[in-house]
Design a protein around this ligand. Structure first.
Ligand SMILES: *Cc1c(COP(=O)(O)O)cnc(C)c1O
Length: 378
């Protein structure tokens, strides 16, 4: 079965092998050396002043970011399930909560953020997804962060990059906390989350809040290449292998280039066979299609063509399907998926199969990739 859900994503064989070694004790020079190397790679990946790894799923990092960086009222952007979660976290901790809610295909506008800030002077942190996975949407995080900092530089910007870090280069100039998670773009099993922090965020964190998710305790320890509590050793060993594989495959710029070209080419190919892209501004992390036959298409993909793609949740259940674009994806696998979608449409009597999706995909992908290579490598 080809796993093409936008999280979890497949774990490459070499990464599984690296994680299959005997358990290593976390308080040893051997593990500290691995931790140090991983941290170096993470600084390169996130471009932030500090990086922290937590033994938690992505939501743990979201909670740590909110509790440590919001001391009064959180403004969260809800264009989907993950954005909504930030508001729930704020409320669970008794923080003030203001939400901007949109349909799941609609990115937040910078104007709406500015308006909400002006209406509530207690807002001291903003939480938003870079890529909102519920509808495969890209929010204008960099632009809104810039606008917010011009109004008040003390308002912390928490950017959930769980389906964006490792997908595209993110300008962190005005971002205080950038979150990543293991089982999405980082091609690992679930259970590890990462926070990139600005110096301004570290200042605001001060002594930190909470116990297990106290970021001050972790910052102190992780600077010394260890963790406050038992490190997720196996996942960190896997993460180092992932980041070394990315380097060995042409580095981050190659990964971002491939992802951008593939993502665009898949959208073109699916549109060419009559499908409709759901989000107004699609994220590069996944291709989201809105279709009345979404459930049937997913069933056919799974039962007839061994492809697992994700559906929708809540009000989008049975209405959308989402194809992963995160990670090191072999082109022939993507080609298989596109053929499978076209074949599924043919089974449903919606079009005659003629290989159109793959023709368009190949032209768009290889054409763009070649342009990218010529631009990059002269
Ligand atoms: C998956 C996801 C999360 C939640 O991460 P968990 O690892 O499931 O806790 C948060 N934000 C985004 C954008 C996600 O895609």
């Amino acid at each position: 079965m080809l796993l093409f859900t936008p999280g979890p994503t497949p774990v490459p064989q070499n990464v599984r092998n690296a994680m299959a070694k005997e358990t290593m004790h976390h308080r040893t020079p051997e593990f500290e050396a691995i931790f140090e190397k991983t941290r170096k790679h993470l600084f390169n990946l996130l471009n932030t002043d500090e990086v922290i790894m937590l033994a938690s799923s992505g939501t743990g990092a979201m909670e740590a970011a909110v509790t440590n960086l919001c001391h009064n009222t959180l403004l969260n952007v809800n264009s989907g399930k993950f954005g909504e979660r930030f508001g729930k976290i704020a409320k669970a901790h008794g923080l003030g909560s203001v939400e901007i809610k949109n349909e799941w295909n609609t990115p937040v506008s910078v104007e709406a953020i500015v308006k909400a800030l002006k209406a509530n002077v207690n807002i001291d942190a903003i939480a938003v997804q870079i890529s909102e996975s519920a509808g495969g949407l890209r929010h204008p995080v960099e632009e809104l962060a810039k606008a917010v900092k011009e109004i008040n530089p003390n308002i912390s910007i928490i950017a959930d990059g769980i389906t964006a870090v490792g997908v595209e280069r993110i300008d962190v100039t005005n971002i205080d906390c950038l979150i990543a998670g293991s089982q999405k773009a980082l091609m690992l099993p679930p259970g590890l989350s990462i926070l990139g922090l600005s110096n301004k965020a570290i200042e605001k964190i001060g002594e930190g809040k909470g116990y297990y998710l106290n970021l001050a305790s972790e910052i102190k320890k992780q600077k010394q290449n260890t963790t406050a509590y038992t490190a997720a050793t196996t996942l960190i060993i896997g993460l180092l292998e992932v980041l070394e594989s990315v380097e060995a495959n042409g580095g981050l710029s190659r990964l971002y280039g491939d992802t951008a070209c593939r993502s665009k080419a898949v959208s073109r190919a699916l549109e060419a066979i009559g499908l409709k892209i759901y989000p107004a501004v699609p994220a590069k992390s996944m291709t989201t299609i809105i279709d009345p036959d979404a459930s049937e298409i997913r069933r056919l993909l799974k039962e007839e063509y061994d492809v697992n793609v994700a559906g929708g949740q809540d009000h989008l259940k049975g209405k959308i399907f989402r194809i992963n674009q995160m990670g090191l994806i072999p082109v022939h696998e993507m080609a298989w998926v596109l053929n499978a979608v076209e074949l599924a449409l043919s089974r449903l009597g919606r079009r005659e199969y003629n290989g159109e999706a793959n023709k368009i995909f190949s032209e768009a992908f290889f054409g763009a990739l070649d342009g990218f290579k010529q631009g990059k490598n002269g």
